[in-house]
Write a protein that binds this ligand. Structure first.
Ligand code: ADP
Ligand code: ASP
Ligand code: MG
Length: 402
């Protein structure tokens, strides 16, 4: 019997009507003869509301207690969904992450799944039950509840699909698939029928929130085929897989990431070993650096600029300031009013003129580029945050709408 893992996000289970609608989709898949494992998120804004509630009581709660609290959102969803399916007369059971055997490390708030003990789920499936699993949560070696980081239910779904060797993992969303850009912001965004893991991973990491990037990494590693589709309309969505057989368009999407900040280390000596010393300071502080730019040396000095996640900016600056004399720079120039705008496409590797087209679009829109970085399947530019939406729209228009 083909096994499908289905995942419904917060919007798709937001209220009783949404739960009934999702239950209808699950019931149909069950009547087609599939074995079903269903992963749910917390309803609507539940997770945000719980975070607020905690802050009212203690502005700095321990991460263990925070996970204890946040995991309740998903637990409520699965019980409610099981009740909806019971009402339809279907055999169903809901499970917490712990009952589903999701074992994680002990990084409360951003735990990684280490292993899935599937016996319980398998025995429930053998009884022909629909198994509803709380997303976003697991259990560590101390028998304590952990959560996987915001958006982590996607990762629960893929982990279960991989562990159970599911035939397909379907994500039901408030959008009907993966688009060439966020359809809520770009009117002309087009639905993609297929996309590769690598492209999806870049899009997810570059700010298109449609799938949690760790879920895509895991899907690629274990070869789990994904489908992103609507929980409101019944129609095919976007397939995410390794190789596409369709004729590849040159680029698949345009994304914006505002979780970035720029640091310029100015007036460094222009001599061997300087870049090494600057980045060693950052790596010792566990900072992940993204785009890097080094100026040409002039009069014996040079500047090195780089970007980091906004949450790492203060740590990065403090680490560099602490080594100011050893590194010998004149000043740091810092900005968090920046955004990264990227184009992604596996077809880029074998096409020329893609960068030119992107830069022309930015020129037409009078957007200044602060930094550029490229890889085989993406080109990113750093622009002022105020220009970012205009930049995405202009690039999207140039590639997809002209
Ligand atoms: P879920 O409720 O399942 O967790 P999310 O809210 O995380 O779903 O993801 C869906 C949202 O992602 C959509 O509402 C859409 O606005 C946004 N999004 C951003 N970029 C894209 C894109 N390229 N294609 C589709 N959706 C996108
Ligand atoms: N409920 C969690 C969140 O809002 C996890 C998820 O929805 O995937 O981030
Ligand atoms: Mg999500």
């Amino acid at each position: 019997m083909p096994l499908i893992v289905m995942k419904f996000g917060g919007t798709s289970v937001a209220d009783a009507r949404c739960i009934s609608r999702a239950a209808g989709i699950i019931a149909d898949a069950y009547s087609e003869g599939h074995s079903l494992v269903v992963v749910l998120s917390a309803q609507g804004d539940t997770t945000d509301d719980l975070i607020e509630k905690a802050a009212e009581i203690n502005p700095a709660p321990s991460r263990r207690e925070m996970d204890m609290l946040l995991s309740t959102g998903e637990q409520a969803s699965v019980a409610l969904m099981a009740m909806a399916l019971e009402k339809l007369g279907l055999p169903v059971i809901s499970l917490t992450g712990r009952q589903a055997g999701i074992r994680t490390n002990s990084e409360y708030g951003s735990a990684r799944i280490e292993k899935v003990d599937c016996e319980r789920i398998k025995s429930e499936l053998d009884k022909r039950r629909i198994v509803i699993v709380a997303g976003f949560q697991g259990i560590n070696k101390y028998d304590d509840t952990t959560t996987l980081g915001r958006g982590g239910s996607d990762t629960t779904a893929v982990a279960l699909a991989a562990a159970l060797h599911a035939d397909l993992c379907r994500f039901y969303k408030d959008v009907d698939g993966v688009y060439t850009s966020d359809p809520r912001k770009i009117k002309g965004a087009r639905l993609l029928s297929e996309i590769t893991y690598d492209e999806m991973l870049e899009l997810a990491s570059l700010g298109a929130q449609v799938l949690h990037n760790r879920s895509v990494q895991m899907a690629k590693r274990y070869g789990v085929e994904l489908e992103v589709l609507s929980s409101f309309e019944r129609k095919p969505g976007t397939i995410v897989k390794e190789v596409l057989n369709m004729e590849k368009t040159k680029i698949s999407g345009v994304a914006k990431d505002t979780d970035t900040a720029r640091v310029a280390v100015m007036g460094l000596r222009d001599e061997p070993g300087i870049a090494f010393r600057v980045f060693r300071v950052l790596s010792n502080a566990k900072i992940i650096v993204d785009i890097i730019l080094q100026s040409i040396g002039r009069e014996g000095t040079k500047d090195i600029s780089f970007t980091v996640a906004r949450s790492d900016l203060d740590t990065a600056v403090a680490a560099l300031e602490a080594q100011r004399t050893a590194l010998g720079f004149l000043e740091l120039d810092v900005s968090s009013d920046v955004a990264k705008v990227s184009i992604v496409g596996a077809g880029m590797m074998s096409a020329s003129g893609i960068a030119t087209t992107m830069f022309e679009a930015l020129y037409d829109a009078k957007v200044n580029i602060n930094m550029i970085s490229t890889s085989e399947i993406k080109i990113s530019v750093l622009v002022d945050e105020a220009d970012a939406d205009r930049a995405v729209a202009a690039i999207h228009r140039k590639f997809f709408e002209d």
